[in-house]
Design a binder for this molecule. Sequence first.
Ligand SMILES: *Cc1c(COP(=O)(O)O)cnc(C)c1O
Length: 395
Amino acid sequence: MTNPSSAADWTLECSGCDARRGAEGLPTVCDRCGMPWLVRYPARAPTVVDRAEVRRRHGMWRYRPFLPLAPDEEPVTLGEGDTPLLRLERTGARLGIPDLWVKDEGANPTGSFKARGLSAAVTRAVAAGAGRFVLPTAGNAGVAASAYGARAGRPVRVYAPRTTPRTILSQIAAFGGDLVLIDGHIGDCGRASRAYAAETGAFDLSTLREPYRIEGKKTLGLELALQLGWTFPQAVIYPTGGGTGLIGMWKAFRELRDAGWVGGELPRMYTVQSTGCAPVVRAFDAGAEHCEAWEHPWTVASGLRVPAPLGGALMLRALRESGGGAVAVADEVLARTASEATRDTGIDFSPEGGAALEGVRLLAASGALRAGDRVVVFNTGAGWLYRDPGDLPPV
Ligand SMILES: *Cc1c(COP(=O)(O)O)cnc(C)c1O
């Protein structure tokens, strides 16, 4: 195989200043301002052949014209992507949003959309020669990193809060992740990860501390447009933690429009968080450009327990540019919504998915969502990851 980086036709642009760099080596964050790098592809005219290829292939790597993969490279993959987009007729009728859909990301390998980001990040890091990995996680990223590390034959150290749902912790261990529990939140796990990376040379896969996880998350938006016959919905409702899903989808929608693959208005992007950890909602409501760290973050929706997201400014930009918004939901409500929706629909809602669905109710009630809107909510992970065998009611 030729040196893959030499075949890369994309470059990296800093999201915080005007720094640029090539794709060589193992990029982390901008060395001038510390903000995340974003991938920029050369403007290429989309061809009929490209669209036909996307239809012919399977999984998230079918979108190669929009992904960081050189023509002679194969990705590290477990078959992620191609998740169901399902109409919620009864729920939509009840909420006054008849054209309501759910994208069920629990159908991915490892049970959450984190598979997409880690397939992309591990692919690029392995191509650049990384021998071992480390990451901090609120839960599901640790499961995905362990699985994709195993797929690539590389060891993975995972730092997770001790309070992470037990089934998620056991999945990390099952995939061979070297799990270390931390008394604290994901920010504390991040500090432990950076220390471990500095000490051992392990490559840090933290959210937005390398530029490729977000390229994998971008396929959420590419796939949604494909499944809607190369159109955009009016609104996307996304349960937000670190923000890569939101930032990635917004990047995807603009790239599809710029490439001429999809016309019409871009979707309005809405964030849903828990009232126990809502730094993005608070900053959005205050008109701020950055998120302040949330004190004492707590929510059962562990994927949303991110008190100081590095991508805060990028998220706020996406919400505002798209004409969307941000709402917070109390834990007991999002948990109840998830379990009711699971019984009502046969789709296994995670607490994060429950938050998104409750967000639809709030946004419809406030008039932000209208009856004529096509609305897509994301069930970002599978509900079973949050259940314990001990949760079985008396039978
Ligand atoms: C990580 C995670 C989230 C948050 O996603 P971001 O893209 O980091 O904002 C939401 N739901 C689940 C199930 C997650 O695992």
